[in-house]
Design a protein around this ligand. Sequence first.
Ligand SMILES: *Cc1c(COP(=O)(O)O)cnc(C)c1O
Length: 446
Amino acid sequence: MSLRDAQRRIPPVHRFFSDPRIAAYETLLGHENVKSVVAAVLDRARGDGAIPDYDALSTVVLSDLSQEAAETLRPLINATGVLLHTNLGRAPISQTAWEAATESTTGYSNLEYDLAEGRRGSRYSRVSALLVELTGAQDAIVVNNCAAAVVLILDTFARAREVVIARNELIEIGGEFRLPDVFARSGAILVEVGAANKVYLRDFERALNANTALLFRSHLSNFRLSGFTERVSSADLAAFGARVGLPVVEDLGSGALIDFKRFGLPHERTVPEAVRDGVDLVAFSGDKLLAGPQAGIIVGKNAHIARLRENPLLRALRVDKVTIAVLQETLALYRSEDTLRKIPLFAMLSASLEDLHSRARRYVASLPFIEAVSAQSYVGGGTFPEASVPSVAIAVPDPAGNLHADLRGRTPPIVARLDAGRALLDLRTIAPHDDETVIEALKAQT
Ligand SMILES: *Cc1c(COP(=O)(O)O)cnc(C)c1O
């Protein structure tokens, strides 16, 4: 067959669009994108001079489309039971907060405009006022993430100067955040004191000299000290700092504004507690236990926050209006118990076992081959490493992990957990409005 004959027999583009497997990608990627993927595959076939065959070509088109779809940021169903999954975007943002933020972000806003005075204002003023109200601190500032907050603090107070930290708090939390490396990059001189297990206040006392700039305390994140151990409490360190005239900084990481004991979890130190302990600056994340957008928040004493505001580095670490708006609207939901439940993390943690069992019954009634089993959900995000929340999961036999992979390939993708030859789908992290979608997916895949 001549090349010409082969080209004539290349199937027309519309033939691909009448294929439901290919047309399904249109809602996800848009008509134009699908068309260009088809066109590229046809171009390659023409170039190869191969004999075009619809089945072979459509297989290549489908594989390219699925690759393209996997690379697009899109929603998925988190059935892992890990509530703050860093790979899945940590805390889902409250729909209420998002909608409220839409108005001030899709039009113009008073982001840096003082309406009363008719002149330039501060982009942090409103969100700072809310943070002051909710934490009891004197002032607050917001940057990109907690890592940026720590860098800003070290750069402002301790460039080429010494920062004293307990040896048993020099942690790495993963994702390239290792305290010793962050100190080095910030130009601060790290002075570690005490032993790997025990550190006393007198260890801090002995380390002081004229070049000491800060006393630093870090949350242990998902590292646990147990056995023969001793840490210096924040309250003691804060009192000592005040006595010797050195600011005390606490990297709290997780940043709970409320006590998580109400969800049956162990007590987790809150930001208001750190403020009450007298710590001068407290740094924490916006998208961990606070359950808002990615942000790094610093609350503390007026004079210290004022110095942070004057650092030109703040300009490079500043957050955009979308983050400010979503953070502000999320914080506003903390003002009452009713609105607090509009934050997905708290709605998920508040779901009773009874609620989860009754949802599980719908799954079991629709699908004969599955069972509802007891499970444990984890908070994640480096918080509560040893604690879990009882939950209910749907268990489906999946000895080779095929179902687990197929669920990931669906639209929307469903990310489950593999456990002893079964795919487990934890109902605590599946939104109730997604139950029907998950049931349909299980019906189709099994
Ligand atoms: C999570 C965490 C950080 C980093 O927070 P990001 O907002 O992800 O930058 C820093 N310190 C501690 C103790 C943490 O737990």
